[in-house]
Design a binder for this molecule. Structure first.
Ligand code: NAP
Length: 235
């Protein structure tokens, strides 16, 4: 192990599907140790990991939560209550999840314009430091997009959170994985990264992400969110 590797935090990934395996590859390439889990036993994902993310260590979700410094949530949002919350106490947790009704079913609680889904995750993990990141870019673009810092046209990932130190740690992670981090705001503001926004699915540079964020309040979704939140305050 190099000196660099030994000083980097261990990244845990909950979810060994399309996004979980792509993020594993990106972070392994950046030198981070990666621990990864699906919903079941490590044996169930070991072949997938050997092929798609060689070098990552397959574990149970509980062991990933226990042994990792930073844990990325890359499982279906509708299953968030199966996350081992007690083992994530005090940890930095990166929420890459989205509400997708075809997968999650019709869930009004996950589709409320007043509350971002990362705020829900923060409520479920009250002592963890939750940062939204890696959710808005499709996994193919994540896979094909990484470039070194300073590369012209480098693609960007929006990040949002309520804890400045956690945000700066996630910004460093995003940068190391090959993308420019763009600060979107608080967890409440992360609704601008969710499905229904221009940024959801976006594969933009930092200035493109910034421009889309500036437009968000005037878009149909931005107006819907603002109206729902104003009604809540008035009630
Ligand atoms: N696909 C994209 O382009 C994309 C891009 C950005 C973000 N996202 C978001 O990332 C999340 C994952 O999407 P995906 O496309 O990667 O889904 P996917 O390919 O269906 O993979 C989901 C993974 O989550 C695992 N899982 C389910 N419950 C779990 C639990 N309690 N603990 C640990 N792992 C669990 C599944 O394991 P089993 O197979 O054992 O159930 C599977 O390995 C979603 O919230 C999605 O919205 C997706």
């Amino acid at each position: 192990m190099s000196d660099l590797q030994s000083t980097l935090p261990t990244i845990g990934i909950l979810g060994a599907g399309k996004v979980g395996t792509v993020l594993s590859r990106l972070l392994l390439a950046a030198g981070y140790p990666v621990h990864i889990a699906g919903s079941g036993s490590p044996a169930k994902i070991s072949l997938i990991i050997d092929v798609l993310a060689p070098g990552a260590v397959a574990m149970t979700a509980a062991d990933v939560a226990r042994t990792s410094d930073i844990v990325i949530l890359a499982l279906p949002l509708g299953k968030y209550r199966s996350i081992p919350a007690d083992l994530l106490e005090g940890k930095l947790v990166v929420d890459a999840m989205n509400y997708w009704w075809e997968v999650d079913g019709i869930r009004d609680d996950l589709n409320d314009p007043r509350v971002s889904t990362s705020e829900l995750i923060q409520s479920f993990l009250p002592t963890s430091r939750v940062v939204k990141a890696y959710n808005h870019m499709g996994y193919h673009d994540l896979d094909e997009g990484p470039t070194p810092a300073g590369t012209p046209g480098r693609k960007a990932i929006g990040i949002a959170g309520d804890d400045d130190l956690a945000l700066s740690d996630v910004a460093a992670l995003v940068d190391a994985s090959g993308f420019d981090p763009v600060l979107v705001g608080s967890l409440r503001d992360s609704i601008a990264l969710q499905p229904g926004s221009e940024l959801f699915g976006a594969n933009f540079t930092a200035s493109g992400v910034q421009d889309a964020l500036t437009r968000f309040p005037t878009t149909e979704r931005g107006l819907e969110v603002a109206a729902a939140r104003e009604q809540e305050i008035a009630a």
